[in-house]
Design a protein around this ligand. Structure first.
Ligand SMILES: [Zn+2]
Ligand SMILES: [Zn+2]
Length: 136
């Protein structure tokens, strides 16, 4: 059955996606590291119209290298980052994989921004690696 669900640490925010992630990417950029508080971010991309959310989210906006405005959506109660959006792809949600209930759908296809990875982070050489963003 396609789709998955997830939510924040305290449970105030919950979501359901009707579809499996279109793509899952590990991102080792500094923004992902800072915003997730983890060694790298694993992001599951889904069409925004496939996702139903309940609960209130707060946002934080910043600019990416690309000049796109990035918006982080997080739970105001527990602080969990739930998903991000980019002005470059407004109809796509980048769901933070750690919030997903069903770990079977978290299957990263590539590592991005390896140039800024933490040296100790192990890398799966079986998937594609990019020094920064892949060339479009
Ligand atoms: Zn929460
Ligand atoms: Zn990143």
């Amino acid at each position: 059955m396609a789709g998955f669900s997830g939510g924040c640490l305290c449970g105030a925010v919950r979501y359901t996606s009707k579809v499996d992630p279109v793509r899952v990417l590990n991102c080792h950029c500094t923004d992902c590291r800072k915003s997730t508080g983890a060694s790298y971010g694993t992001n599951a991309f889904v069409p925004a119209d496939a996702v139903e959310l309940t609960g209130d989210l707060h946002i934080y906006e910043h600019l990416a290298d690309s000049g796109n405005k990035m918006t982080k959506h997080f739970c105001p109660s527990c602080g969990s980052l739930v998903y991000g959006t980019s002005s470059g792809r407004p109809n796509v949600l980048s769901i933070r994989a750690g919030s997903i209930d069903d770990s079977a759908v978290i299957t990263p296809a590539a590592n991005l921004y390896l140039k800024s990875k933490i040296p100790a982070t192990p890398i799966d050489d079986d998937i594609t690696g990019w020094p920064a963003m892949p060339e479009a």
